[in-house]
Design a protein around this ligand. Structure first.
Ligand code: FCB
Length: 465
């Protein structure tokens, strides 16, 4: 695909809902820490992210998520919005520190009751609940004894999974064990951009192995507790380009692919950890038993794919452990966050998964963009770039489907602006604008478009009513 930005008028005609199957799953994704707030309400205790936010310099605007979108109190309004958009599904995550606020092993009924009400609220509005068990908010008391580096956290995750699935499994059928294990491991423990903020590659690999092990052990547990469960995991995956045709750059791209994509995909699909990554990272490897590798390969019902951007990779001999570097190619279209906009990358990625890991139903569990939204004098938010981002990516998704990829659903990131991790409130990804001072919600142009799209109305970007 060319790098030329697509003109807005051209995008509107690209897709309609009727291009997708009748039973296609349409939703949006959120996560507990990013939206709930109510940090100390009903017995919740701090997660690693609460602690991380307290450390000077970790969050770009110095903010935290003690209030965030106050979703804990405002969820009926938020679910109303999702259902008014015409969605039939809603992806959310459960805050582990609400369920097990301390190490005593006693679940907190008030935390369970909150999610029970939330799930009932979804069902009342025709939204199929898609629950993520771990979207990065590990209880701080577990981090205090080593967090995911400590194998005991795997047991704690299973105890938490057991209670949550028993409690909600009569109503929640779609379960995602982990959101983006790459980020949990690498941002959390290698580059230190995310909680707990370590910078230790060996620790990061240990964390990734325990996270994947906890996933594999949770799969049969969820199936045992939830009649007719569908269980998957949401990976952050990236199509890759080599910075040049040189052999060095092509090999660098392979190495990067190994850790970025195959390190997670291969063991999930029964191939064990990729041999090239094991070789390149030999001096950093955690203890991995062959029994663990079998556990991680527990058959999945679906694969969740979070797609945001492709990456361009160059050889970098001075940059251990992989001797690779990310290249920013000038002139590429980018979001306000600087993430490359490449709808075709989504199609390419989906085709690659279908080819390399056949026969697994795929759900796009996250896709979206951040731009610097401005509230106009009349109170409207004309986020045309975000609207077009959605349209162009849905078009790419449709193309992938036509080429035979088994994609069954699309979850936009995100319903509303929220706490964007290390960027605090500086990055808005929502189809709904949040005024964080007043908690007022305003549907953006992209949200109006989505609603029109899902209701199969003639698409008029000017119809803001
Ligand atoms: C993903 C995360 C999600 C959100 C988006 C923008 O990596 O899963 O929580 O922050 O990026």
């Amino acid at each position: 695909m060319s790098d030329k930005p697509v003109k807005s008028q051209d995008t509107l005609a690209l897709v309609t809902r009727s291009d997708f199957p009748e039973d296609f799953v349409w939703g949006c994704s959120t996560s507990s820490f990013q939206i709930e707030g109510a940090a100390a309400v009903d017995g919740r205790t701090p997660s690693i992210w609460d602690q991380f936010c307290q450390q000077p310099g970790k969050i770009r605007d110095g903010s935290d998520a003690t209030v965030a979108c106050d979703h804990y109190h405002r969820w009926p309004e938020d679910l109303d919005l999702a259902s008014q958009f015409g969605m039939n599904a809603y992806r959310f995550s459960i805050a582990w520190p609400r369920i097990f606020p301390d190490a005593s092993g006693t679940p907190n009924q008030r935390g369970l009751d909150f999610y029970s009400r939330l799930v009932d609220g979804m069902l009342e509005r025709g939204l199929q609940p898609w629950a993520t068990l771990y979207h990065w908010d590990l209880p701080q008391y577990l981090q205090d004894v080593g967090g995911w580096e400590n194998r005991a956290t795997v047991d704690a995750f299973l105890a938490y999974t057991e209670v949550v699935t028993r409690h909600l499994g009569d109503r929640v059928k779609n379960w995602i064990t982990h959101n983006e294990p790459w980020c949990t491991a690498m941002h959390g423990n290698w580059d230190g951009m995310h909680a707990p903020g370590k910078q230790d590659f060996k620790a990061a690999l240990q964390v990734s192995h325990h996270v994947m092990l906890s996933h594999g052990l949770a799969v049969p547990l969820i199936r045992a507790n939830v009649p007719a469960a569908k269980v998957g995991i949401a990976l952050s995956l990236h199509p890759l380009r080599a910075a040049s045709d040189s052999e060095a750059d092509l090999l660098a791209m392979q190495r990067h692919d190994g850790l970025r994509n195959r390190w997670f995909l291969d063991p999930l699909f029964g191939r064990g950890y990729p041999a090239d990554v094991l070789a390149h990272c030999a001096e950093y490897l955690p203890q991995i038993s062959s029994a663990d590798v079998d556990v991680i390969a527990a058959p999945l019902d679906f694969l969740g794919v979070n797609y945001y951007f492709p990456e361009t990779i160059a050889s970098a001999p001075d940059n251990p452990p992989l001797h690779t570097a990310l290249k920013e190619i000038a002139g590429r279209e980018r979001t306000g966050f600087g993430w490359e906009v490449a709808p075709d990358g989504m199609r390419e990625l989906l085709q690659r998964i279908a080819q390399d890991y056949p026969a697994i139903p795929i759900y796009l569990t996250e896709n979206g963009s951040s731009y610097d939204d401005q509230v106009e004098a009349d109170g409207q938010i004309q986020d045309t770039a975000r609207r077009d981002y959605f349209i162009r990516h849905l078009h790419a998704l449709h193309q992938a489907q036509q080429q035979g990829v088994d994609v069954r659903g699309y979850f936009a990131w995100s319903l509303m602006d929220n706490f964007e991790w290390a960027e605090g409130y500086l990055r808005r990804f929502g189809m709904v604008y949040i005024d964080f001072a007043t908690q007022q919600r305003t549907v953006k142009q992209s949200g109006h478009w989505f609603r029109n799209f899902l209701h199969q109305n003639a698409v008029s970007p000017l119809d803001m009513t």
